[in-house]
Design a protein. Structure first.
Length: 397
């Protein structure tokens, strides 16, 4: 029973990254490059476990989450300023970008089934997310919505089995880290949509009261299932004729599985968008509170005006993008790429926190843990640098 509870707890993290952004990014990767970028999904799954396990272990060992530990470790001076500017800024910017994708993707899902004005759908989705954040338990709500996301994932898995390319092509895509021409930003987006930087802060907060053994088990199962669904979406996307769009994906699923699959996609995208639209503002508020606030201060409690002010601001950004009717697919891809570029910043601060022997004691990262985090951060940083250099070269001519 404890292991099942752990899986349900950490399904909130999986539900946060299996959002409309993951569907859009993975399907676009498949449509444009076939199975060639599946290795990036595999790397992302490994990186997610390495970093989420470290952030959870930090909380279990210290009783404080990642944001609180960073606030305690760098309380004054330029280190404090750097922590607020870089770590806090990365999470806030990433959360706002991700929230825009969540709202846009959730509305795009509803629009597949209901021909209502998109501005009205956006306001309704934003209001639902705000109500859940204000009145309910966001973690439990995310777990309930994860059921609908899981059903959508099951549909992708079934379709992937039907559409699967030759096994040799799949194995090559998983094992050979090749980057086709023009795919640099897509690779970074695949990483950013899976190793979501703000999830490190959210996951650290969720780990309170858990044991390390149950946490590792729950994380491993939840992240593995999330990665499997993402790979299935890549395979399904590879069967699309032309560029990715929600309408083409809807038509493909309906043709292969029946009309119910199209409705399932619409419901799944809505649930994925709503669950992620709840978790992104929540993670931002938890991060800001840990860095500059105090959980014991009524103003920073879950119902305090400062805590609510942060998540309202993040949610409002997403709603504003939706009301403006920004094209969802390019905006979502850009948001995921931005998160991928911000990931190394957050990962570096996590590594610094995990080296604090005074607070962590025997839970401090050893040589293997440090090497794993360093490898993940280094690879993400390298891919981000390559991507930025390509974009700069394209702009300058």
């Amino acid at each position: 029973m404890k292991r099942l509870t752990a899986i349900l707890l950490w399904s909130a993290v999986a539900a946060a990254f299996i959002g409309p952004g993951t569907v859009t990014t993975a399907a676009s990767a498949g449509a444009s490059y076939g199975a060639a970028l599946m290795w990036a999904v595999l790397f992302s799954v490994i990186a997610t476990f390495v970093l989420q396990e470290a952030s959870a272990r930090l909380t279990i060992a210290t009783g404080s989450d990642l944001a609180e530990v960073l606030g305690q470790r760098f309380p004054t001076g330029w280190r404090r300023a750097a922590t607020l500017l870089l770590a806090g800024g990365a999470v806030l910017i990433g959360s706002m970008a991700y929230e825009a994708g969540n709202i846009l993707g959730g509305v795009a899902g509803v629009a597949l089934a209901l021909e209502w004005p998109k501005a009205g759908l956006t306001l309704a989705l934003g209001a639902a997310a705000a109500l859940l954040l204000a009145l309910g338990s966001p973690q439990r709500i995310a777990q309930v919505l994860a059921v609908f996301v899981a059903l959508m994932g099951a549909g992708f898995l079934v379709t992937a089995l039907v559409l699967a390319p030759p096994l040799s092509e799949l194995l090559a895509g998983l094992a050979v880290p090749a980057i086709p021409d023009g795919a640099e930003l897509t690779v970074v987006a695949l990483i950013g949509t899976t190793v979501v930087p703000y999830n490190l802060f959210l996951g650290s907060s969720l780990a309170r009261g858990s044991t390390l053994s149950d946490t590792r088990f729950g994380l491993g199962v939840a992240i593995a299932l999330g990665g499997l669904i993402t790979l299935a979406v890549v395979i399904v996307g590879s069967a699309l004729d032309g560029e990715f769009s929600f309408e083409r994906l809807d038509a493909l699923l309906s043709a292969r599985l029946g009309e119910w699959a199209g409705m399932g996609l619409a419901l799944g995208l809505f649930a994925a968008g709503l669950s992620s639209a709840v978790t992104a503002p929540l993670a931002a508020a938890l991060t800001v509170r840990g860095l500059i606030g105090d959980a014991q201060d009524p103003r920073w409690s879950a119902k305090g005006w400062r805590f609510r002010g942060v998540w309202i601001a993040v949610l409002a950004i997403g709603v504003a993008f939706g009301v403006a009717e920004v094209r969802p697919v390019p905006a979502i891809l850009l948001a995921q790429a931005l998160n991928g570029l911000l990931l190394p910043i957050v990962a570096v601060f996590l590594m610094l926190a995990m080296r604090d022997r005074v607070r962590l004691g025997g839970a401090v990262s050893g040589k293997v843990g440090n090497a794993a985090m360093l490898a993940v951060t280094g690879i993400a940083l390298l891919l981000g640098a390559v991507s930025l250099s390509k974009v700069f070269a394209a702009i300058t001519g």
